[in-house]
Design a protein. Sequence first.
Length: 603
Amino acid sequence: MFSSLAESKVIKSLGLVFGDIGTSPIYTVGIILLFLHPSEENILGVISLIFWSLFLVITVQYVWIAMNVGSKGEGGTIVLKEMLISLLKNNSIASFISLLAIVGVCLFMGDGVITPAISILSAVEGLRLVPGLEEIEGFILLFIAALIAVCLFFCQKKGTDSISWAFGPVMVIWFVALSITGLIGIAGAPQILFALSPHYAIGFLLEHGISSFIVLSSIVLCVTGGEALYADMGHLGREPIIKGWYVVFPALMLSYLGQGAFVLQYGSMGTVLFSMVSSEIGILYVPFLLLSICATIIASQAMISGMFSIVYQAMTTRIIPKMKISYTSSALRSQIYIDTVNWVLLVAVLIVMATFQTSDNLGAAYGLAVAGDMSISAFMLLLIFILKKDALRIGTMFLLLGINLTFFLSCLTKIPHGAYWSFLLASIPLIIIVIFIKGQQKLRSAFKPLPYEEFIDKYHELYRNSCKISGAALYFTSDIRTVSPYIGQIFFQNNIIYKQNILVSIRIKGYPFGVVSDYEEGLAEGLSAFSIEAGYMEIIDIELLLRERGIFEKTIFYGIENIISDRMIWNLFGLMKKASPPFVQFYSLPPEKIHGVITRFIM
C-alpha cells in the first residue's frame, strides 16, 4: 500500500511540478538554431551544454543540495530568506537578504507571465506541420493560443480539483512520448551520444568565445522551471519530486539527443521537435500535437497555481496588500483562487502574446527572470553554507553560482530584443511591494496604540459602570499587549461593551507550516485573549479555531486605516489599503457579524 501511495505521489509530481521544464523541448533547440549554423560540431556542443546545464543546475543545485536545505519540508526563495535571517546577526545584511528575496519573488512573478505565453504559443505553432495547414496565418495561431489562455484562466474560479487527477497521467504519457520519439531520432544518428561528454560543451564555449553568450542565453530555456522543484517541495514532499526528476531527466535528454540527431541528418527545420515527430510517426503526429497542447496547458496551470501560492505567502508576510481569496476545494484549503491575480495575469499574458506573436520572438524575452531568480537562490544557498562552515558545499555552490551568473549575464544580451519585458513585468509587483512596505512602516510610526496597563484601568471602570450588551464580541488587534486605537474608540468614546470581550491576534511566523492557538481567559472581568500563531503558507480557518475553544461570537470588530496625505507615495499606499478587501473576506469570517471601525491617519 505504501509503495502504491509513493508511486501516486511521484505521478502527481509529474503533473504539478515538472510541467514547465517538461515542455521546454518544444521550443529550446529551435530557438537556439535561429542564430547558429547547424554544423556537427555546433550541434554536439549545444546538446552537451543542455545536458550539463540540466545536470549541474537542476540535479546538483536543486535536487541534491537545495532540497536538503528546506525548512520543515518546505522550499523556495522565502524559505531561504527566513533560514538566512535566523543565522545572521547583522541587521543590515539581513535587510539586504530580505530585499534580495523580494526581488526573487518579483522575478518569479514576471516569469509567471511569460511561461504560459511561450508554452501555449509554441505548441499551437505545431499546427503548421499538419497536412493542409502548412500556410495557416500567424494571426490565426495567435488567436487559437489566446483562446486557450482565456479558457484556462476562466476555469480557475471553479478550481482544478475535479480534473487535477488527470495531470499526472497526461504528463506520464508526454514523457513517454518524448522518450520514444527521442530514441527513434538517436537511432538515425547515434553519434549524437558523444554530446554527453563535457569536452564538447567546453570546446564549444572556447571556440565561440564571447559570442557563445548568445547561445547560452537560449540554453537557459532548458532549465526553466527548475525553481519549481524546490518551491513546490512543501506540497508534495521531497522524495516524490526527487524520484520524479530521475524519470523526467532521462526523458528530456532522450528528446534533446533525438532532436540533435535529427538536425544532424536533415538540418534545422523550425520547431525541431515537431519536425522530428512529424517525419518519424506521420499520421500519429496529430495526437502528439494534441498531447503537447495538453502538456503546455498543464504547465501553465502549475505556474498559475504557483502564482496564487506565492502571492498568498506575500500577503501573509505583509509585503503586499491583502486580496480576496476563494477556496476551490472542499477537501484541501491549500487549493485557493485569487480573483485579482487571475485577471491581471490573463491580461498580461494576452499583452505578451500580442506583442511578441511567435514563440521564437518570445524566446528573446524568456530566460532573464529565470536566470536572475536561480542566481539569487544560489547566492543564498552559498551564504547558508558559509555560515554553517560546510567547506564541500561552499566549493560546490561557488561553482554553481558562477554558472547561474553566467546564464544571467548572457541573458542581458537579449535586453534589446525583448528581454527587458522580464524586468518590466517584475518591476510592477516590486513597486507595489516597496510602496506597501514603506507605507506600513510609516503607518506603524503614526500608529498610537493604547498601552495595555492604561487600557485595563479604563476597561475596569467602564465594565463596572456601563450597561453591557449580551453575547460575545471579538476585537482583532495586531498584538494583545498593544491594543489597537479603534478598540479604545469603541469602548471609551462610544461606550460599546459586551458581556464577553475577546481580543484576537494573528501572528504569522517565519516557518511555513503549523498553526497554534491559545485562549487566555480572565484578563479582567469579561475580557479574554485569543492568539493564533501560524506558518506563512497556512490557510487559517479562524472560525474553526474559535469553535474548538467554545467561542461563539455575536459581533466581530476590526480596524480600517484611512490614510490622509499630501504626498503622492502615501496616497498610493492609501489607495492600496482602500482597494484591499475587508478583513472578513480574507479570512472568510461570517460577513453578517463584521463591523469595520475607521481610524484616520495623517501621513
